[in-house]
Structures are given as C-alpha cells and as structure tokens.
Design a protein around this ligand. Structure first.
Ligand code: NAD
Length: 243
C-alpha cells in the first residue's frame, strides 16, 4: 500500500496502522526524508519503502507511484492523504496572494490526489482500494481558506465519480472527511482560546487523534468494504448535530 504525506500526522498514523495489519507500506514524503526513514525503520514487518514527490508536480507523481508499485510488486491500496491548509481570508489578502493560495491548494489537495489516482489505477491489475482524506470543510465552509473547502469538496465529487468508473475494474474509492484532528496542521488553531471553542464543538469535548482517522481508512481499504465504495465517512465525534 502507498500513503501520501506519510512522514507525520494522519498519514503517519495510516502507515503505522497498515503495517501493524501486516501490509508492506510505501511511505511518501515531499521534503522530510529523515522523518520518513525514521517511520520506515520503526514499522513492524519487512519490505517498507520510502518514496518522494511533490504531489503538485504531475511528472513527479507518476515517477513516485511507479517507484512505489515497482518496489511493492504492484499496488493494492493507495491513500491520498497529502494536503495543505493555506489561510487566505478574502477581505485581507492581495489579489496575488489569493491567486497563489488557490493555485497551490488545488494543485496539491485536488489535482495531486487526482494524479495519484490515475497513476495508481495502472498498477491495480488485480483490483484495489483508493481512499481519499477529505475534510469537514467540504460541507461546512472554510472562511479563512475557501480554496481548502473547495479542494476537499472537489475530492469528494472526484471520489464518487471514480467509484462508479472503477467498480467494473474491482477498484473501490472511499473517502473520510474528518473535522479537527490533533496534528501539525491544526497546532495553531487548537491553542486557547480558539482551541477551547473547537473542542466544545464535539460533545466528547475534544478533537480527533490521527489514529481514529486511520482506523476508518483501514476499514475503507479492507476487502469487506466493497459496498462502501463511493461513501464519504463524516468523522466528527458527533459534532454539528445540535444547532
Ligand atoms: P500535516 O500537515 O501533518 O500533514 C500533511 C502532509 O501532507 C505532510 O506530510 C506534508 O508534507 C504533506 N504535503 C503537503 N503538501 C504536499 C505536497 N505538495 N507534496 C507532497 N506532500 C505534501 O496535517 P494532517 O492533519 O496530518 O493532514 C493530512 C490530511 O488530512 C490532509 O489532506 C488534510 O487536509 C486532512 N485533514 C486534516 C484535518 C486536521 O484537522 N488535521 C482535518 C480534516 C482533514
């Protein structure tokens, strides 16, 4: 299996969960070779590899996916996890900053995932599983990063379209859409006082841990999950159920 953006956060938890279940993992990173190698060396089992690419670069994606498939002898599972959250409040940023944030966010979160999927399908000759890591921002708005919300809404729609297109090939496409998860991406948001308000959104009074997202990814990648193809799992600890 291949997981993008695996050197830290949710991707690292996903890689760890798959290795614990006995899978060989291709650990993708962009610019963190030491973290990726540290993860590889600590995973249970043999045969894990580290692969590198900027997922916003289509040629690099193709090289990276081919390399991962070559090392693992094909691909059974691919998890599109790499992503960025760039703040660009519409009333505060310049037109140039607005352009740059939209470009970089869509190139990474949406086009990167689309390109990984295209390349991965070519290595799934015996069927497979594609799992996309989307976000609650796809449904509920991201006022500070509208491109992020749009990229994840696009990812949801892409996942549903690919689920239909790939079913005849024995490939399923599932999506998880977490709310706040405790990672480097949310460090700043989760500091008081805003963090207290965020934690209060869930009746559990906390945000998710990366391992809780990884567990849903493992389910969507399992042989039992064929009927979950096209599904978007809204993983939010019962948040947003009260008005
Ligand atoms: P993170 O910042 O720790 O991890 C993101 C990973 O993506 C990093 O390893 C980063 O290097 C990689 N990445 C970013 N741009 C890249 C690029 N151009 N090429 C290659 N790799 C790139 O944050 P995280 O919370 O672990 O995020 C993982 C995924 O989960 C993201 O897609 C994010 O949008 C999504 N998500 C996170 C939360 C949250 O609250 N943390 C909530 C919903 C969805």
């Amino acid at each position: 299996m291949l997981v993008t953006g695996a050197s830290r956060g949710i991707g690292r938890a996903v890689a760890t969960a798959f290795a614990a279940a006995g899978d060989r993992v291709a650990i993708h990173h962009r610019s963190s070779p030491d973290l990726a190698e540290d993860l590889r060396a600590g995973l249970p089992g043999e045969g894990h590899v580290v692969v590198q690419a900027d997922v916003a670069d289509p040629a690099a994606v193709r090289r990276m996916v081919d390399e991962a498939a070559g090392a693992l002898g094909g691909l059974d599972v691919v998890v599109n996890n790499a992503g960025v959250f760039l703040a660009h409040p519409v009333t505060e940023v310049s037109y140039e900053e607005w352009q740059a944030a939209w470009h970089d966010t869509l190139a990474t979160n949406l086009l990167g995932a689309a390109n990984v999927a295209w390349c991965a399908v070519r290595h799934m000759s015996r069927g497979g599983r594609i799992v996309n890591v989307s976000s609650r921002g796809a449904f509920r708005g991201e006022p500070d990063s509208p491109a992020y919300g749009a990229s994840k809404a696009g990812m949801n729609a892409m996942g549903q379209s690919l689920a239909i297109a790939l079913a005849p090939h024995g490939i399923t496409v599932g999506t998880v859409a977490p709310g706040f998860v405790e990672t480097d991406m949310t460090n700043e948001h989760l500091k008081a006082p805003r963090g207290d308000a965020i934690r209060a959104q869930s009746p559990f009074g906390r945000v998710a841990m990366p391992e809780e997202i990884a567990a849903a990814v493992v389910y969507l990648a399992s042989p039992a999950a064929e009927w979950a193809s096209g599904t978007i799992i809204d993983l939010n600890g019962a948040s947003y159920l009260r008005s």
